[in-house]
Design a binder for this molecule. Structure first.
Ligand SMILES: Nc1ncnc2c1ncn2[C@@H]1O[C@H](COP(=O)(O)OP(=O)(O)OP(=O)(O)O)[C@@H](O)[C@H]1O
Length: 469
């Protein structure tokens, strides 16, 4: 499948590339505004600056460049573009990695509890305390990722950022979550000599860096989904001075990890840039996605998709109502009639994935369409397959010509009923992010008797509707 391409920077991007001042830089912008591309193209200028400085100061150590991504698929998708920026430089060391791989490597690659095991353990402690295990499982992940071990009690009084206004989580409930869930979970882990991914971040943040080489240039892509502890871990391994670029769009945040930059250790930014133009989507796709995020609390790092800034046009997105096989009939029929599988990429996205794709896999095999599975733990495929299957969360940061989301039923998008419900807000960001992956066409599907609330939020004038069996 195609990787992120080299492009000619536009004036708004050029301004960002040319600035090589050391310190922290924030690049924000809506989906498809070229944030990742710009941050990577910027590497070439930074490498020039840092290698010249190295020569001037007569330093023997190589200039060290670290690009951290949110998952392995994204790592493969952007690695080539990152590598191209540093070629031709001697005395330069580049590492492109996921946060997890990088941090665990620093600890000597110890065993780490899987995310599923962590979630199951937390759920065990949550059960006697709350009924909504999914929401509060996220809450616990949020609180553990935000605070350092000795400062977990700060959760009791802190403003909960980015978690929606309902359900309300007042102090008595916070005390129970801390004392009856987080602390016993941590104690059990310690007793069993286990380590979860948050421990990895905490340990790397607390590591003495005398023994490990420091980084001169760092790019953190999709930084809105990094936890405060992960950011602290990165900061603990910076050279002084260092050039650090955070790429962020809070409108696309899909994990409950909000914190303030200051508390994570970033006191100020030498540059804050906002990218406005959308280079990926057609006007029709951006207009389709807009109601999903319109009105969401954006915090200061979010940028709404601006469909007036898109420069291309395409067909209206398709919304198919019917049973799952009927949805696939319509979608596959359009695909096989319009897509050039040798040159274009297609993604089937779903909130849950897994078994939901069982029937789809059979259909694709039956139609002779080769496909690959993309997940957080898989590498970006380099083979000839044009079709990828993945959960919405795994599609983060990626791009496809055609995006299909069959099975968008309420059953797979549960949320609370109150205004400001945190889960619904998260789902709105997630589906909008998925739609925003598409360059040319988008199709959504749902069962007539069980449409997701998300489908109801869409503006019917922005799509073509097909009702099937
Ligand atoms: N100057 C440009 N000219 C043409 N295309 C561009 C330009 N900059 C970026 N693009 C293209 O726009 C698309 C989106 O770029 P990129 O993935 O960097 O955006 P992003 O803001 O990081 O997106 P997201 O946050 O949605 O993942 C890519 O196909 C990229 O090649």
């Amino acid at each position: 499948m195609r990787i992120l391409a080299e492009v000619t920077p536009t004036p708004e991007q050029l301004k960002i590339l040319a600035n090589t001042t050391p310190g922290f830089t924030l690049i924000r912008g809506a989906a498809g505004s070229g944030k990742t591309t710009t941050a990577l193209l910027r590497l070439r200028h930074q490498c020039n600056y840092w290698t010249q400085r190295r020569t001037r100061l007569g330093l023997a150590d190589p200039v060290r460049v670290l690009v951290l991504t949110y998952n392995r698929t994204l790592e493969g998708y952007i690695a080539e573009l990152a590598r191209r920026q540093v070629t031709g430089h001697t005395g330069l060391h580049l590492e492109v990695s996921t946060f997890g791989k990088w941090a665990r490597g620093l600890l000597g690659a110890p065993p780490v509890m899987g995310h599923e095991d962590t979630a199951a353990s937390v759920r065990r402690f949550l059960k006697p305390v709350v009924t909504d295990l999914r929401y509060f499982g996220n809450e616990v992940e949020y609180l553990m990722g935000r605070f350092e071990t000795g400062r977990l009690h700060e959760y009791l009084d802190v403003k909960r950022e980015g978690r929606g206004s309902t359900p309300r989580v007042e102090r008595p409930l916070r005390e129970r979550l801390l004392n009856e869930v987080v602390l016993p979970y941590n104690a059990e882990k310690a007793a069993l000599a286990q380590r979860d991914w948050n421990d990895v971040a905490l340990e790397v943040a607390a590591m003495s860096v005398t023994g490990t080489p420091k980084w001169d240039i760092v790019v953190v892509d999709e930084a809105q989904d990094f936890s405060a502890n992960q950011i602290r871990a990165v900061l603990a391994h910076l050279a002084d001075p260092a050039t650090v670029t955070f790429v962020i769009d809070a409108a696309q945040r899909i994990y409950p990890r909000h914190f303030t930059w200051k508390e994570a250790g970033v006191d100020s930014f030498v540059n804050r840039y906002s990218l406005a133009n959308n280079y990926r989507n057609t006007r029709q796709i951006a207009a389709f996605a807009r109601p999903l995020v319109d009105g969401l609390p954006m915090e200061d790092d979010g940028t709404l998709p601006d469909f007036t800034s898109c420069t291309t046009d395409g067909p209206l997105p398709l919304v198919v109502e019917g049973n799952f096989s009927g949805q696939l009939d319509v979608m596959l029929d359009r695909l096989t009639n319009t897509v050039d599988f040798t040159a274009e990429s297609v993604a089937f996205l779903h909130p849950l994935g897994g078994g939901w794709f069982g029937y789809l896999r059979d259909r694709l095999r039956g139609d002779g369409i080769p496909f690959v599975e993309l997940s957080r733990s898989s590498v970006w495929p380099t083979g000839p397959e044009a079709v990828g299957l993945c959960t919405l969360a795994s599609a983060k940061g990626l791009e496809f010509d055609h995006v299909l989301m069959p099975g968008l039923n309420q059953q797979v998008t549960p949320h609370g009923a109150d205004a400001g419900d945190g889960q619904l807000e998260n789902l709105r960001r997630l589906i909008a992010m998925g739609v925003g992956r598409a360059r040319r066409t988008v199709a959504l599907g749902y069962k007539g008797q069980d449409p997701s609330t998300l489908v109801g939020l869409l503006d019917p004038t922005t799509y073509e509707k097909v009702v099937t069996r």
